[in-house]
Design a protein around this ligand. Sequence first.
Ligand SMILES: NC(=O)c1ccc[n+]([C@@H]2O[C@H](COP(=O)([O-])OP(=O)(O)OC[C@H]3O[C@@H](n4cnc5c(N)ncnc54)[C@H](OP(=O)(O)O)[C@@H]3O)[C@@H](O)[C@H]2O)c1
Length: 320
Amino acid sequence: MKAIILKAIGGPENLELVEIALPSIKEDEVLVKVKAISINPVDAYARRNQESLNNVLQLRGDEKNIILGWDIAGMVTEAGPAVTRFKVGDKVFGMVKFVGQANGYAEYVAAPENDLALKPGNISFEEAAGATLAALTAWQSIVTSGKVKKGDKVVITGASGGVGHYAIQIAKHFGAYVIAVASAGNRDFVLGLGADEFIDYQTQAFEKLVTDANMVHDAVWSDDERHIERSLKAIKPGGRLLSLIVNLDDEMLEQLKSKNVTGYWVRVHKSEDDLAAIAELLATGDLKTHVSQTFPLEEMAKAHSFIQTKKAVGKIIVTV
Ligand SMILES: NC(=O)c1ccc[n+]([C@@H]2O[C@H](COP(=O)([O-])OP(=O)(O)OC[C@H]3O[C@@H](n4cnc5c(N)ncnc54)[C@H](OP(=O)(O)O)[C@@H]3O)[C@@H](O)[C@H]2O)c1
């Protein structure tokens, strides 16, 4: 089968298309013929940074020609004897073996059944592949940690990206009032997803315009200023701060305490229940994946070059 190996830590050019043997499955795994793969910023971090790679794939550090990728959608072609939920021919999607080594950039992937859900019939493989790591992150931020409820005023930063575009829709589904923070070019996109207000971060400081949010979903990496401190300013006492980028250090926790704000460091993790909830919203059309660009497997390097520009709108998908 075709697969993309990472020859060495470095640029996208280190991703190489090769022929390798089909993976074998364990008792509780299915073999998935992959149709679409979702690309996330973590794929590019792992590709260029040995420490990230070791962490996210649980490696020793001396392995060669490893295969990245966790987010897949495809068709079951074989099922292990202990598999109860899926059969050959089922169309499935999921975030496979994260954190760990899923070998997702390949034509076939061996996936534990608990990492998968049935693909709703109303969406494409590309749309299903998108709604994996990014959608789970948005769900675990807004619902699991934030416990969003009707009428909450929710600020979503990074609103036009993979995670943000799901976070808007999930918060709206639960009846929140959503303020989306993105660049001007993505105004219509985020309002079209249901956001009630838009703030252009390039010309306006959201923390000056909003100071009474019930929660802020902070998903923006900033080198110069601590974005998280700006997010805290936008939250009213008693509110919640959802940090996707930075761990909340002692200094930050002290600031949160003095304002009576509860902070959460959101780290996406596998959850059969969360994936099932996402599948349900996809099936009803309450959650949609916006696929802005697709690349064939052979052009994985181009997909990586694009994701690391931090300009992805919605999801970047590789088709197999
Ligand atoms: N903690 C976790 O478990 C977890 C899980 C998933 C992702 N993450 C992190 O969360 C972040 C978002 O992930 P993602 O998948 O949504 O990424 P993404 O799809 O690459 O996000 C791209 C979006 O980021 C926005 N952006 C770029 N620079 C910005 C800036 N300076 N200020 C505000 N917005 C900016 C862009 O919006 P505009 O074009 O409108 O500027 C673009 O639409 C990444 O850093 C990712 O690593 C964390």
